[in-house]
Write a protein that binds this ligand. Structure first.
Ligand SMILES: [Zn+2]
Length: 203
């Protein structure tokens, strides 16, 4: 997910979505994620703790920690996460257009166009690990140097022969930046840079 979208959701979520919980979803589910997070904050008065925010069996999987909450609040919380899951079954995770669940290989919700690119996207990601990792390291260091965040596309200038590869590249760099920000290790980035990076915002 684009870092701009992720931070928008994290700002709405306040304390219910800990920084160490990664948001492992595509851009297409932004609206669903935003609605779910707002609903959870309101229903629990900010007391639910999200323990997982990602995809499972192809659908949006938000796992809420409900310890200490009243039964009726817990009921509402599960209603909200259930609604988010069922909405995600019809929305392409990558682009947000109407989609359906695809069961070839691992399960995923895709529109016809994104599904048609599926194999090429996977091959691109596995074949360009090094360039992606280097771009992630470069992006984070530029942001830290300037004390602010920039759209990944403005910083990572890698030239790709065509627009499709460029789109795959930017999606993957955004995802890896988000994973590192949440706590995953990265071979080009020290762990002690993470806290400072988490404080940076877009202007
Ligand atoms: Zn799509």
């Amino acid at each position: 997910m684009r870092l701009e979208y992720e931070l928008e959701i994290r700002d709405l979520a306040c304390s219910i979505l800990p920084q160490g919980i990664g948001m492992d979803i595509g851009n297409g589910w932004l609206d669903i994620a935003r609605d779910a997070v707002i609903g959870l904050v309101v229903a629990s008065h900010g007391r639910v703790k999200v323990e997982k925010f990602g995809e499972k069996w192809g659908l949006l999987d938000i796992r809420p920690g409900v310890r200490g909450l009243d039964d009726d609040v817990i009921h509402t919380v599960y209603e909200i996460t259930g609604q988010a899951r069922s909405r995600s079954a019809d929305i392409c995770e990558l682009c947000g257009r109407p989609g359906e669940i695809r069961r070839a290989g691992w399960h995923r919700v895709r529109c016809d166009d994104c599904e048609a690119e599926h194999v090429r996207r996977r091959q691109f990601e596995t074949g360009n690990h090094q360039a992606i990792d280097e771009a992630v390291g470069y992006y984070v260091r530029v942001c830290l140097e300037h004390g602010r965040l920039f759209p990944v596309a403005n910083i990572v200038m890698e030239a790709w022969p065509d627009d499709t590869d460029r789109r795959f590249f930017l999606d993957e760099v955004n995802d890896v930046v988000g994973w590192w920000r949440a706590g995953m290790q990265h071979r080009h980035l020290d762990e002690d840079l993470r806290e400072e990076f988490r404080r940076l915002r877009f202007r």
